[in-house]
Design a protein around this ligand. Structure first.
Ligand code: URA
Length: 214
């Protein structure tokens, strides 16, 4: 993949990612297709967000000889889903990284103030010695994501990456201001937010579209 990079923001411009995202944006796409596409795209995004993981070598034996072979260094990484829409990304990533530890942050957005309200928090131990990948499909105002990362940092995390499907410029700015140390990986940077805090052109409410709710 050759992602475009803008200061801690990686836009994954791989044709498969972009094509699948277009299908997901279309309003006629069914819940089943949306979910399947999200699963597929999350594998591709996971590939990008785990680029540059620190590597080590271990000695193994192939059927022919002994060799020093590359392996990922350090403790199992932590995937932290911002409920509920984060779970759509989480499922796909877990297929690629089945040994990852998993945490959940429950935040809902107050529809009037657009501010996050916490209702659940459970994360893996020893976050200070793991890479934490925080997942939420939509980086809109950035309020929930920034608040979730505050909580994860309070729980000890030091090395954090944020993975989303779509980002708004407002959300990226908010995240960069609150957490300049956290790189963001996304499939697209859209135009703006509307007055209700939805990303435009966007894809609507990601949770509703993946779970078939309204
Ligand atoms: N959350 C969504 O699901 N969609 C948006 O456009 C913004 C926030």
């Amino acid at each position: 993949m050759t992602p475009s990079q803008i200061e801690h923001l990686t836009i994954v411009d791989h044709p498969l990612v972009q094509h699948k995202l277009t299908l997901m944006r279309e309003k006629e796409t069914s819940t089943a297709s949306f979910r399947q596409l999200l699963r597929e795209i999350s594998l591709l995004l996971a590939y990008e967000v785990t680029r540059n993981l620190p590597m080590t070598e271990k000695v193994i034996e192939t059927p022919l000889c002994e060799m020093r072979a590359p392996a990922i260094e350090g403790k199992k990484l932590a995937l932290i889903s911002i409920l509920r829409a984060g779970n759509g990304l989480l499922d796909g990533i877990l297929e690629l990284i089945p040994a990852a530890r998993v945490g959940f942050v429950g935040l809902y957005r107050d529809e009037e103030t657009l501010q996050p309200v916490q209702y659940y928090f459970k994360v893996p131990d020893a976050l200070e010695s793991r890479l934490s990948i925080v997942v939420d499909p939509m980086l809109a105002t950035g309020n929930s994501s920034a608040a979730a990362i505050d909580l994860i940092k309070q729980a000890g995390a030091r090395d954090i990456r944020f993975l989303c499907l779509l980002a708004a410029p407002e959300g990226v700015a908010r995240m960069h201001a609150a957490h300049p140390d956290v790189p963001i990986v996304t499939a697209a940077l859209d135009e703006r937010l509307n007055e209700k805090g939805y990303i435009v052109p966007g894809l609507g409410d990601a949770g509703d579209r993946m779970f078939g709710t309204k």
